[in-house]
Write a protein that binds this ligand. Structure first.
Ligand SMILES: [Fe+2]
Length: 365
């Protein structure tokens, strides 16, 4: 029989003995079909509130059309899962369009239909109610799952923020440890060569000023600072007698001093700096015209960092006091840089350097 097993929890609202007799016959045929029968909308509302109905069969003879429409609207609002079926009398002519549009009636059943048709419609209505309730459960489950996902997302976001903060702190700590180590290393070298105390730090600062003017990245500026601070680290391998000698050096002594870029390179090369610090240190005495040392590189063969460092190193040395000479004036040093621009120094770096504000040089004398 058509959908008999799904005909459950049906409420019939009617006072028509003929129609109720048909319902009775249906009940006797299907043991699963045990409808509740009420004779007024008032009783129907009370029963809906206390039971779990899936379908409402409303006899059109019971009330006038506007009252029936209001009843269906109430059912839809209060128990939207309940299928709404209107049962028409044999010769009734209720305005079907109005009923469907205003009361959202899902089925209209004629009392003259045979039992097969009545049971089929009631069964369909019950199935629709089941589907509606399943859908409601799925939606509720999806909402719960979504809320759980949102909570997990928030937890994950908090975790990422915390971990990122920790990474930033560790990075800052590592970074300041690195710069402190670099400065300590530089001071150890300068302790050996008292004549140039503070020179490396000032050269490093000048390198950074030039780098900023060239709009180099923060990573490149950090590398320039480290290279500037450690550019003469190779002097650690040169005899103090030569480094602190008053008076001119012999050719042999000069050769020894000229080894310091390569010694510095060998010291720094194993350290995994973010930038090519060791290479800059190796090339910081190369001349733009190829007449420098240790490899007589020229022009672009010399890396930009080394060309910057060479200018900063020379300027700092010229404007510093030495036991055997007085410091050159700032203007005198700049003139000297320009005089050797294109031969000893990269002309672009010199041009940019001479246009830097003199106050930026932070001179000590
Ligand atoms: Fe040097």
């Amino acid at each position: 029989m058509i959908g008999a097993q799904t005909m459950k929890n049906v409420m019939v609202i009617s006072q028509d003995p003929v129609f109720l007799d048909k319902i009775d016959t249906l009940r006797s045929r299907f043991t699963s079909f045990s409808p509740a029968i009420v004779t007024s909308f008032e009783d129907a509302i009370t029963s809906f509130a206390t039971g779990t109905y899936q379908c409402a069969l409303v006899d059109n003879d019971l009330y006038d059309n506007p009252t029936i429409i209001l009843f269906f609207q109430d059912i839809k609002m209060l128990w939207p899962h309940v299928s709404r079926v209107l049962v028409l009398g044999q010769d009734q002519s209720m305005d079907l369009v109005e009923a469907i549009n205003n009361a959202d009636i899902q089925r209209i059943l004629n009392k003259s239909w045979d039992l097969e048709k009545i049971s089929a419609i009631v069964s369909d209505a019950s199935e629709a109610a089941d589907v509606w309730q399943e859908l409601k459960k799925v939606k509720k489950l999806a909402t719960v799952n979504n809320q759980e996902l949102l909570v997990l997302n928030r937890l994950l976001e908090d975790q990422i923020i915390t971990q990122t903060d920790e990474i930033i702190k560790i990075n800052n700590l590592l970074s300041s440890s690195l710069f402190a180590t670099v400065r300590a290393f530089s001071q150890a070298v300068e302790a050996k060569d008292q004549l140039t105390r503070g020179h490396s730090e000032r050269v490093a600062q000048l390198c950074v000023e030039i780098g900023k003017k060239m709009q180099l990245s923060q990573e490149e500026l950090n590398g320039l600072y480290i290279a500037g601070t450690l550019h003469d680290v190779g002097k650690i391998g040169i005899s103090e007698l030569i480094l602190q000698k008053n008076g001119s050096l012999s050719d042999e002594e000069f050769d020894s001093v000229r080894e310091h870029p390569l010694i510095g390179y060998n010291i720094l090369n194993p350290i995994p700096f973010e930038w090519h610090v060791a290479k800059v240190v190796l090339q910081h005495h190369e001349y733009f015209n190829g007449k420098g040392y240790p490899y007589h590189l020229s022009g672009d063969e010399i890396c930009l960092g080394a060309r910057i460092l060479h200018v900063a190193d020379a300027y700092e040395a010229m404007t510093s006091n030495r036991p055997y000479r007085k410091a050159m004036s700032i203007q005198g040093a700049l003139d000297e840089l320009e005089r050797n621009s294109g031969s000893q120094f990269d002309p672009d770096v010199v041009s940019l350097f001479t246009h830097l504000s003199i106050t930026q040089f932070g001179k000590k004398n």
